[in-house]
Ligand binder design. Sequence first.
Ligand code: KIV
Length: 265
Amino acid sequence: MSPVTTATLMQMKARGEKIAVLTSYDASFTTHIEDAGVEVILVGDSLGMVIQGQESTLPVAVEEMVYHTRCVARARRNALLVADMPFMSYSSSQQALNTAGRLMKDGGAHMVKLEGGGTQLETVRQLTANGIPVCAHLGLLPQSVHKLGGYRVQGRDGDSARMMREDALALEAAGAQLLVLECVPARLAGEISRELEIPVIGIGAGAACDGQVLVLYDMLGITPRQPPRFTRNFLEQSGSVAAAIAAYAQAVKEGSFPAQEHSFE
Ligand code: KIV
């Protein structure tokens, strides 16, 4: 496999080839993820929960994201490396530029991810104008868990579904090159995926997205908390971490994951 770029992902979408994405936080797991041919590695701020044992992603610091991104970057060979900008590290465009600069220069990220729609448009414009590729994130926004009142499916009523579609189109127009949709009804996620030119990566957003992402520790079934309904334990029947990650990549590619039971209406 040659190095994956944003152009590679656009070509995959155009060909109808599913994109496999997984989170990673260290070098050892990254080696297995690379071996499985996963196209995109996300250093998610989910590390706050699965590595640090925090109750949410909110306490994660920029410095911690830079550290884990650097660990992953050392073992990364071909995958596009995306790093989350943590809570309150992109409250203004200038702050976002500083945070993204650290993640790319010191961490080795190729792209940064931020949560939110309309309020983030100017920040997305500023980042992309400065040569920083952006992955947007709509639907369930874990950094807004207290505002949302819990980890709930988003976009179930007409108004919120319409707003999500408008936000998705506006983020693309502002320059975002990838979009994550989290916990969104499968039908709505499919419509947004078809409407956008950029690839849409789902997590709890049904099978019609252009690709899928899971939190690595969830799909290995090694977190102490109850796994979310939209995940599947790939380690159970695989026997090794390497085989589980390979099974996940294959299931995404052939469209057998996510199944109906991992999706929302
Ligand atoms: O932090 C993370 O791992 C994420 C994924 C759930 C998409 O944002």
